[in-house]
Design a protein around this ligand. Structure first.
Ligand code: ADP
Ligand code: TRP
Length: 320
């Protein structure tokens, strides 16, 4: 089974990103032949700052490698190191009805938020179809918001195959249901746009301070507390074993346990959990040549497949 997913560089990695997106992506390498790429061409639809673009792309590569991506098992590459996707995107464009793109929620949401309509924004799903079809992926794990784009990919591939013969594997979206939304410091969904994040590779002291500032109810130290209604406990669960969770829940219910103490335990747990990744990231950061080498080698592997697919598609439409 061939699995492919793309990730847009999206700023400083926080715990919500880690549990919601990164850990599931890293599990792909256990499920089959995995391809994972940094969707920098897609990011151009929202980033118009060359330095921010380079930084974002570099950070996401470091984050993934530090958090356990194994480049031997997963072909990890930058989308822009595979220019073949553009040739394929053009071939696909001509079988993509305009209405299909205009109906995409993500496009409509962006317009509704006041983002100017550009050709890139509209054609975004066609490029995404090219990313997927070029490696003949069977399965595409994505968040719920990207499911429609995978359905568009299927429509485009089916139409192309119908018109020109069987060139493309029809991919299936795989929506991860296991991850609930990770709450932020204030109890809302953790998101960089709400300013309530706990960063994974941020300054240790600063992170501790942020955890100590988490919002709770105003129960006194002595009062029994409900772990399930508490933000601190919800985050603690992400890091703790079953026994540790049961133990903290018991102390909450018994009374005599303050929120300050719970925050401290959470901070310790989090620090210990990410310490090896933090160390690995520092090592990688000091060795940019290694990271670049990984991405180039990943691109070379993916491009072998891409060359075959593009040639088949060119033949099918009569360019060869
Ligand atoms: P943000 O909301 O901070 O801007 P993004 O929208 O860039 O984060 O999300 C990047 C990835 O991380 C997406 O796959 C998204 O589903 C996941 N993600 C972000 N925040 C959370 C959260 N609080 N809980 C679970 N997953 C999340
Ligand atoms: N659009 C995806 C997102 O924003 C990223 C992406 C680009 C992607 N190409 C892809 C995901 C191909 C899966 C497959 O999250």
């Amino acid at each position: 089974m061939r699995i492919l997913s793309g990730i847009q560089p999206s700023g400083k990695l926080h715990i919500g990103n880690y549990f919601g997106m990164m850990r599931p992506a890293l599990r792909l390498q256990e499920q089959g032949e995995a391809y994972l790429f940094i969707a920098d061409y897609h990011a151009l639809t929202s980033v118009a700052d060359a330095e921010a673009m380079r930084r974002g792309s570099r950070d996401v590569a470091l984050d993934f490698l530090a958090c356990g991506l194994d480049p031997e098992r997963t072909a990890f590459y930058r989308q822009s190191d595979m220019p073949e996707v553009h040739e394929l995107a053009w071939l696909l464009s001509n079988v993509t009805p305009l209405g299909l793109l205009e109906r995409c929620h993500s496009y409509k949401d962006k317009l509704a938020r006041g983002i100017a309509a550009s050709h890139g924004l509209l054609a975004y799903p066609v490029l995404m179809a090219a990313d997927i079809l070029i490696v003949q992926a069977n399965v595409v794990p994505v968040g719920r918001d990207q499911k429609q784009h995978v359905e568009v990919t299927r429509d485009i591939a089916i139409k192309f195959n119908h018109l020109f013969g069987e060139v493309f594997t029809i991919p299936e979206p795989q929506i991860s249901e296991e991850v609930a939304v990770v709450p932020g410091l204030d109890g809302q969904k953790m998101s960089k746009s709400y300013g309530n994040t706990i960063e994974i590779f941020g300054d240790v002291k600063q992170t501790r301070k942020r955890i100590m500032s988490m919002v709770t109810d105003s129960k006194t130290l002595e009062e029994p507390k409900d772990p399930d209604a508490c933000n601190i406990f919800r985050l603690y669960k992400l890091f703790a074993t079953e026994e540790q969770q049961a133990d903290l829940a018991r102390r909450y219910r018994a009374g005599g346990m303050g929120y300050g103490a719970a925050k401290k335990e959470l901070a310790d747990m989090l620090e210990a959990y990410f310490a090896p990744m933090r160390a690995r990231r520092a090592e990688l950061e000091a060795d940019p040549g290694y990271v670049e080498g990984v991405l180039k080698a990943g691109a070379a592997r993916a491009r072998e497949l891409a060359a075959v697919t593009v040639q088949r598609a060119r033949r099918a439409v009569g360019l060869e």
